[in-house]
Design a binder for this molecule. Structure first.
Ligand code: NAD
Ligand code: LMR
Length: 330
């Protein structure tokens, strides 16, 4: 017998990531090929008509796993009874902007949505924040939804993680499925630290296979850090299909578990591991089992890496203060 459907909320569902994400979730990319889903799609009043168009297309696609669609501009209805939420709603960065520049518009949305989550969401709901500044939006959500366990609120750095795997795959001519355990530390921003010191390519240390430390310590890092901006420059719009796909990877691994010997990057509440600042949402290497993540412990961190972790941690502390200032000014 098929399991009961799970309710999956996508906010910003009429936007470009939403349009790529809803069909993936409806095909089982987030919760697996045997799990029926009811999609809750939230957007704001000006996007109501476009949202209805998305709902119509989902119905027209006749997905076997799709057990229903709730398309709404009512935040309380959207959060009601959800099992999973992928929070994409917000204002994207445009060319020339840093993610910080979208701060004041977006953190206020996350404060308001925290109230709906607190009131209507299941306490066990798994929440992924995609909208930028993703780590700090997730922190604001956590701080304003105190009854939701902090471990249930995460931010997306899986796209950066996948970008790192993609770069190593292209550089070495190895299929991306054989590249593992790159790490994104810190913020989903240009200060993130994409770390290859524990990565493997076809089972061998990435540094041994790439044989070019100058590239790995230089161009590789900046390419991953700047990939979001490069996509904006190329498309005139921020990444969407890769963001949607990575959001499904994040949820799938969280719910169904990471394969043995593999870790992935997730923005989670920092406990100070590896010298990261506490009480910010910091991207760490994690493994997942039985629906719970744990930070991979005991990795060697050289002096240079420690410095790069500090830079991105400092930015998150700064962003937290800025977000609190923006909210105080409302
Ligand atoms: P978009 O503008 O195409 O769509 C955003 C949607 O959110 C719009 O339909 C808008 O009406 C809606 N929205 C605005 N305020 C809302 C609210 N209060 N409640 C519900 N919906 C609301 O943008 P997009 O390209 O889909 O990007 C969405 C967000 O994701 C942006 O913040 C972008 O920067 C971010 N992003 C993050 C990552 C990541 O890796 N973490 C990757 C790509 C994009
Ligand atoms: C990305 O990394 O593609 C997104 O966060 C969009 C952006 O603003 O860079």
């Amino acid at each position: 017998m098929a399991p009961e459907p799970k309710r999956v909320l996508i906010t910003g569902a009429a936007g470009q990531i939403g349009y790529a994400l809803a069909p993936l979730v409806a095909r089982g990319a987030a919760l697996g090929p045997d799990q029926p889903v009811i999609l809750h799609l939230l957007d704001i009043e000006p996007a109501k008509q476009a949202l209805e168009g998305v709902r119509m297309e989902l119905v027209d696609s006749a997905y076997p796993l799709l057990a229903g669609v709730v398309a709404t501009t009512d935040v309380n209805e959207a959060f009601n009874g959800i099992d999973v939420a992928i929070l994409v709603g917000g204002f994207p960065r445009k060319a020339g902007m840093e993610r910080k520049d979208v701060m004041s518009k977006n953190v206020s949305i996350y404060k308001a949505q925290a109230a709906a989550l607190e009131k209507h969401g299941s306490k066990n709901a798994k929440i992924l924040v995609v909208a930028n500044p993703a780590n700090t939006n997730a922190l604001i959500l956590k701080e304003n939804a105190p009854s939701i366990p902090a471990e249930n609120i995460t931010a997306m750095t899986r796209l950066d993680h996948n970008r790192a795997l993609g770069q190593l795959s292209e550089r070495t001519g190895t299929h991306v499925g054989k590249v593992r355990n790159a790490i994104i530390w810190g913020n989903h921003s240009s200060t993130q630290y994409p770390d290859v010191n524990h990565a493997t390519v076809d089972g061998k240390p990435a540094r041994e296979v790439v044989k070019d430390d100058a590239y790995l310590d230089g161009e590789f890092i900046t390419t991953v850090q700047q990939r979001g901006a490069a996509i904006i420059k190329a498309r005139g719009l921020s990444s969407a299909l890769s963001a949607a796909s990575s959001a499904c990877d994040h949820i799938r691994d969280w719910v169904l578990g990471t394969p043995e010997g593999t870790f992935v990057s997730m923005g989670v509440l920092s406990d100070g591991s590896y010298g990261a600042p506490k009480d910010v949402i910091f991207s760490f290497p994690v493994t997942t089992k039985d629906g719970k993540w744990s930070i991979v412990q005991g990795l060697d961190i050289d002096e240079r890496s420690a410095q790069l972790l500090k830079t991105t941690g400092d930015e998150l502390v700064e962003e937290k203060a800025l977000a609190q200032e923006c909210l105080a000014d409302l």
